[in-house]
Design a protein around this ligand. Sequence first.
Ligand code: P6P
Length: 337
Amino acid sequence: MKFKTLGQFIIEKQAEFPFAKGELSRLLRDIGIAAKVVNREVNKAGLAEILGPLGQINVQGEEQQKLDVLADEEFISALKRGGECCYVASEEHDEGIDLCADDTLCPGKYIVCIDPLDGSSNIDVNISIGTIFSIYRRISPSGKVQKEDVLQKGLYQVAAGYVLYGSSTMLVYTTGHGVNGFTLDPSIGEFCLSHPMMRIPENGKTYSINQGNFVHFPEPIKQFVKYCQDEDPESDKPFSLRYIGSLVADLHRTMLKGGIFMYPESLRHPDGKLRLMYECNPMAFILEQAGGAASTGKQRILDIIPEKLHQRTPLVIGSERMVQQVQQLYALEKSAM
Ligand code: P6P
């Protein structure tokens, strides 16, 4: 076989994992298996009866698409079967799920925060969607999972990754030793190493933001967007605006091509729209490991001390130079006050 499979890679790199007793390796394997099942369903969404809203409303007040529910159930059951995970915090559930609640001998040492199918409103229009996951090691030794096991700063993630169900399906993850990308080869049903040690360009010429919210943006973001829109006489190439409206797709492009993605606070979303625990923290860990940066505009994402499971945060993420430019504009605003 020409390419190294995800399974082979995980075993090879096992020595790099903290507490390397194979537990995290098996947990990543479990996530990879669930991703293949979800990929199969996503790829036939337009055909089967599973298309279309289930009619239920999830904790975000969004109509649940059947694929949302299916993906959530698939990842949770894979994590439960695998036995390495003791607690799952999912976008689809108000409360976290303690997989060890009725099993005092539960071996699971890991907490998984997951957005099973992010961007699901794009399913019906066949735009790429994704899964985002974040992994922590529990702090309490055993027994019922405590709040402090779950609400850990992003800095303490032991692994994070995403699955992009796009023109091809990719699984991209980090355990703190760089970022590696695997592309699913449907002919063998394996994720194969296609993007070893991914690095984001230090600078970029693409900005990604929902321009429709411009009037609601804070002043520093308005200034940066105007800077991107002004023809820079010295530049051989002006900036381009690219916005898919699916976080995993927008950030995967940003990581490969360079650039910046922003979902700032606004009048409509005073704390931003994106969720800290299962969208921003994992993507921040990945982008920083690829040489990028991730901030609220004022604070490093990974330094935020979580208070609530579904709390939101503003997000400014991508090429380090561009993130720093936005942070300088926020700092200028603060000093002018
Ligand atoms: P808006 C999708 O619903 C999502 O959570 C992210 O995947 C995406 O980046 C964002 O919302 C898009 O939000 O307000 O621009 O439609």
